[in-house]
Design a protein around this ligand. Sequence first.
Ligand code: PLP
Length: 380
Amino acid sequence: MQDKLTLMIPGPTPVPERVLKALSQHPIGHRSPEFQGITKRTNELLKWLHQTSQDVLTIAGSGTAAMEAAIINTLSKGDKVICGENGKFGERWVKVAQSFGLEVEVIKAEWGNPLDPEQFRKALEADAEIRAVIVTHSETSTGVINDLKSISNHVQKHKNALIIADCVTSLGACNVPMDEWGIDVIASGSQKGYMMPPGLSFVAMSEKAWEANKRSNLPKFYLDLSSYQKTISKDSTPFTPSVNLYFALEASLTMMQEEGLEVIFKRHERHKKATQAGIKGMGLNLFAAEGHGSPSITAVAPQDIDAEKIRKIVKTKFDILLAGGQDHLKGKVFRIGHLGFVNDRDIITAIAAIESSLESLNLLKKPIGSGIAAASKELN
Ligand SMILES: *Cc1c(COP(=O)(O)O)cnc(C)c1O
């Protein structure tokens, strides 16, 4: 049977019918008053989602475009930056920063553990020349949430440094109050918490980041955010925007506003807890350190069992797509995405499918139904 695929990977995530319908309309002219209206309304909705009074700039590109934009629009050649690295995405920002000739100091934590905010405090106190701290809030590769609030707090006390955050799998899943936490730059992408297809990415910058923008000398043209900032004040965009993705964006953000931020965060928290309980209940281990699991993704370390084997059976028998492990974690972990347009049924189904797959492989260590029983308890 075809067309019954359930996506439970950390992006692309499932897309609601209402958003798909919005996407499938005829494109309209991007210099029309109708499109200006969409630009204006989506900017307001994005500000609501980011909990900020700053404009949120929309770029045609994936999440990486937003992060690259964050870096090249606030920094200059030779600037000293600190990158937090406890997974694949942390590694990526080190590479981006180095590609643009920045001097990078890396603060690491073992994959599966969170970054230690104290190490950031010490590194910042030791060097007045640091221009930015770049961190991943929810590290998708390991299913770990980092303490962005505390790290941001340490950066506030430093005279020169900005805090640049990859919030790609935290925005729309847990509380990320940009203005309250004093985050200078937030980057995100449409195929994650936004319940949209891939193709759009978003950057919001604080006053301090815009000040830094005036001095920044790294090369940029398509991703020069000052041109996006100039045009958004006229409810417009510098280049041809992804018109249909804007239709989808307005639909998805409207759905999010109807549900309410607090309700969305609680839903993700419940699904995280239920997934963790279900996995432990069937006798498997979590990869992320206890208490540091991401609200949007759970990484499972099935120890002596090949993680890819479980993932393949879940796909062929149940048509549920889980994510594998990256780099040295390949075969060691599989990951369950529970981000965006996800309900209790998706969680129960995924846990049952994993449990049943283990049973069919004769690898289930607990009586069948133990995982489901534990997950159900959290969903009551
Ligand atoms: C998905 C993701 C990104 C963006 O990746 P793209 O493939 O460029 O969209 C960035 N950071 C994290 C933590 C992610 O999960």
